[in-house]
Ligand binder design. Structure first.
Ligand code: BDP
Length: 614
C-alpha cells in the first residue's frame, strides 16, 4: 500500500525536520554490502550531498558512469515525543532503495521519481539513529524507465538506457523526518463544478489512525474543511460527513469564486482539520490550491470552459553539476525564461518532477502535462533514430511485460496520488514513445489508461506521446488518448539538412493522414526540435547552426497554422541536457532553446515573437 504522499509541511500539529546535508557514500561494485554488514554502517566512505545526483560530482569516469549498488549513511538525533507518529520521507531515490534504520530493514521502494514514506514510530530511538540506504540504478525491462545493462570485462556494469537522458541517480530529492499526530490527514482530493457565479468543491479525505484501535476512535473524530481566499478571508467552511471509518467527504459552495487561470493564477488555501467531539484538534493540514476545470471538447482543450492553446516546452530536471537534483534557483530561472518567451505550459518529460515544480507552476499559472517515467518501451538504445526508420521495434510480446505493467500501474497510482490537487496539472501523460503498433501494446496500455481514469478524482484528460512509427495507419493506441500528442522531427531526423521543402511535404502528408481519420480530438505537438550548438552560425543555415534552428521552427510553425486540430506546441527541449555518450550527442542533447546554463539561443527570440502574439 502507498503511504501518505502529502507534501511535508510544518503546521500547528506537524513537524518537518530536514535530514539534508552531507551523507556517507560508498559504491558496492561486487554487491557484497549486505554480507559485509553495511546495513549497520560502513567504514570506508566519501561524503556527498543529499539531495544530489552523484555522477557529475566526481572527476573519475568510472564513478560518473557507475551502475549497480551504492550505499548512503547518516546519523540523526530524534527528540523525545509522546503520542506521535514518526515517519521518514524520501522525495526520490533513483531508481530503487532498501532502507535500514539502526540495522533493521524498515522498507524498500521501486521507482526513482516519486516520494515514499516509511513509518518508523516503532524503530526510531530517542537520541541517536543510524539511517542507511542501499540504492541501485540498474535498468531493465521490468521497471520504469526501461533499458538494460552491459557487463564489462572487469565485471563492472554500464547502464544502457533505451531513452535519451543521462541515468542520473542517487538520493536526488530531500529527506525529511516527519513528526505527525497519531490521528492524521492521510490524503485528500478536490473536484470542482462551476455554475453561474458559484463553484461547488467536492472534497474527499482519508484519515490515518496509526496503531490506534479505530473501532474505539473513529466515532470520536470529526473532519472539517475551510477555504480561505488570497486576502485571508474565509470563502467556505463545512464539516465533512463520515463515509466509513477511514473516509470523510462533502461539498462546499464558493460564491463568486476567483478562478485559477492560465498565467492568471488565483489561489485559495484549503485547510483540513480533524477534531474530537470535545474539541481537541488531532491534526491540521493546509495547502494552496486553485479552482479550475479542465475538459476536452471536440478539437479543443478547455480551461474553465475557455479554449487554451498550449505553448511551451518538454523539459528535463537537468543542470550542470546538480544533475537531477531539485534546486529552487534553477527552477526559478526556468520559469522566468519561460515567461519571458511567452510560454504557458510544459510537460514533465519523462518522469514526475520534484513536488516544488508543481507548487511553483500553481503560483505562476503554468499548465503541466504530468508524465509517468514510462519511457524506453521500445527495444533500442536510440529510439530517436529508429523512430524515423519505420522498422518494427517490438516490445510488448516478452515475458517481462506482466511485471513491467505492475510497476507501470504502481507509478501511475503514486503520481496521481501525489499530484492530483495541483491546479497546474491539466493532464497526465502515461507514456513517451513506446511501441504502439501491435495488438499487445493496445492490451497493455488499455489497462494503464483504465486505471488512471479510475484514480483521478478530476477525470483530467489522459494522454501519451507518440513517435513516428505510431502513424495514423499503424498506431493501435491513439484511441486511448483524450488528446493526441505527437513527437515529430521532420527537418531533423527526417529529411534533415536537405531542403525544408521535402521535410515540410512529408510532415503535411502525415498530418493530412491524421486529419483523414476524423478523430475529433485535439492534437498537441509534444516534441519537435533540432540539435543546435549555441554560437555556431552559418549562412545559409546548415544543421547544428542557430540559423538552421530558426528555419526549422519557421517551417514547423507554418505547418501548424494549417491544421486547426493542433492545439498546442511544446518545443523539444527547453534547455540543452545531458545524455549518455554517443555518436549522435555532442556533450549531450543540444536541442535546447536555452543552453544548459539557461542563456538563449537565437531561436528563443523567434519563439518569443510568436508566443507573445499567439
Ligand atoms: C525523442 C525522445 C526524447 C529525445 C528526443 C531527441 O522522446 O527523449 O531526447 O527524441 O532525439 O525520441 O532529441
Amino acid at each position: 500500500m502507498i503511504g501518505s504522499l502529502l507534501y511535508p509541511k510544518m503546521t500547528s500539529t506537524r513537524m518537518r525536520l530536514s535530514l539534508d546535508g552531507m551523507w556517507k557514500f560508498t559504491l558496492d561494485k561486487e554487491k557484497k554490502g549486505e554480507a559485509a554488514g553495511f546495513a549497520d554502517g560502513f567504514e570506508k566512505f566519501d561524503m556527498i550531498p543529499v539531495p544530489g545526483s552523484f555522477s557529475d560530482l566526481y572527476t573519475d569516469k568510472s564513478i560518473k558512469n557507475y551502475c549497480g549498488d551504492f550505499w548512503y549513511e547518516t546519523e540523526f538525533l530524534m527528540p523525545e515525543v509522546t503520542d506521535r507518529k514518526v515517519c521518514l520521507r524520501f522525495g526520490s531515490v533513483t531508481h530503487r532503495a532498501v532502507v535500514y534504520l539502526n540495522g533493521h530493514k524498515i522498507g524498500e521502494h521501486e521507482g526513482g521519481f516519486l516520494p515514499f514514506v516509511i513509518d518508523v514510530t516503532d524503530t526510531v530511538n530517542v537520541g541517536t539513529n543510524k539511517l542507511v540506504l542501499k540504492v541501485n540504478n540498474e535498468l531493465n525491462e521490468e521497471t520504469l524507465p526501461c533499458g538494460t545493462v552491459k557487463k564489462n570485462r572487469d565485471g563492472s556494469l554500464t547502464a544502457k538506457p533505451y531513452f535519451d537522458f543521462f541515468n542520473y541517480s542517487g538520493i536526488q530529492r530531500s529527506v525529511d523526518l516527519l513528526i505527525l499526530p497519531k490521528i492524521s490527514v492521510a490524503d485528500y482530493s478536490l473536484r470542482y463544478e462551476l455554475k453561474d457565479g458559484q463553484a461547488d468543491v467536492f472534497i474527499d479525505m482519508a484519515v490515518d489512525y496509526s496503531d490506534i484501535n479505530i473501532e474505539s476512535k473513529s466515532e470520536d473524530v470529526r473532519a472539517f474543511v475551510r477555504f480561505t481566499d488570497e486576502h485571508g478571508k474565509a470563502a467556505a467552511e463545512a464539516e465533512l460527513l463520515r463515509v466509513d471509518g477511514y473516509h470523510f467527504g462533502g461539498m462546499v459552495s464558493i460564491d463568486d469564486p476567483i478562478l485559477w487561470n492560465v498565467l492568471d493564477p488565483h489561489l485559495y488555501t484549503v485547510t483540513l482539520r480533524l477534531i474530537s467531539q470535545d474539541g481537541t484538534v488531532f491534526d491540521e493540514y493546509s495547502e494552496r490550491t486553485g479552482i479550475r476545470t479542465v475538459a476536452v471538447q471536440g478539437e479543443k482543450i478547455l480551461i474553465n470552459g475557455q479554449q487554451v492553446y498550449l505553448k511551451g516546452y518538454g523539459k528535463h530536471e537537468d543542470f550542470n553539476i546538480l544533475g537531477r537534483t531539485f534546486n529552487y534557483s534553477v527552477a526559478k530561472r526556468d520559469f522566468e525564461c519561460m515567461k519571458w518567451n511567452g510560454a504557458n505550459c510544459f510537460r514533465t518529460s519523462h518522469y514526475p518532477y520534484a513536488d516544488e515544480w508543481y507548487q511553483m507552476a500553481d503560483e505562476e499559472g503554468f499548465l503541466i502535462i504530468d508524465e509517468v517515467p514510462a519511457v524506453g518501451m521500445m527495444r533500442s538504445t536510440h529510439n530517436y533514430v529508429d523512430a524515423g526508420t519505420g522498422k518494427y521495434t517490438y516490445f510488448f510480446e516478452t515475458p517481462t511485460v506482466p511485471t513491467l505493467q505492475k510497476n507501470h500501474l504502481l507509478q501511475v497510482e503514486e503520481m496521481i496520488k501525489r499530484d492530483k490537487n495541483h491546479p497546474s496539472v491539466i493532464a497526465f501523460s502515461l507514456f513517451n514513445e513506446p511501441e504502439t503498433t501491435s495488438v499487445q501494446s493496445y492490451e497493455y496500455f488499455s489497462k494503464i489508461f483504465e486505471r488512471a481514469k479510475e484514480l483521478d478524482p478530476q477525470k483530467r484528460p489522459l494522454t501519451g506521446a507518440l513517435e513516428k512509427n505510431s502513424s495514423p495507419e499503424k498506431c493501435q493506441c491513439h484511441r486511448l488518448l483524450d488528446f493526441i500528442c505527437l513527437n515529430r522531427y521532420y527537418g531533423w531526423y527526417i529529411s534533415g539538412g536537405e531542403d525544408f521543402f521535402e521535410a515540410e511535404e512529408k510532415f503535411r502528408d502525415e498530418l493530412d493522414r491524421w486529419k483523414a481519420l476524423n478523430v475529433d480530438k485535439p492534437f498537441v505537438m509534444t516534441e519537435f526540435g533540432c540539435d543546435t550548438l549555441a554560437g555556431h552560425h552559418s549562412l545559409p543555415g546548415t544543421m547544428w547552426s542557430e540559423e538552421y534552428q530558426n528555419e526549422y521552427y519557421a517551417m514547423n510553425f507554418r505547418v501548424f497554422e494549417d491544421y486547426g486540430f493542433i492545439q498546442g506546441e511544446l518545443v523539444w527541449n527547453f534547455a540543452d541536457f545531458q545524455t549518455s555518450e554517443g555518436i549522435f550527442r555532442v556533450g549531450g542533447n543540444k536541442k535546447g532553446i536555452f543552453t544548459r546554463d539557461r542563456q538563449p539561443k537565437s531561436s528563443a527570440f523567434v519563439l518569443r515573437d510568436r508566443w507573445m502574439k499567439k
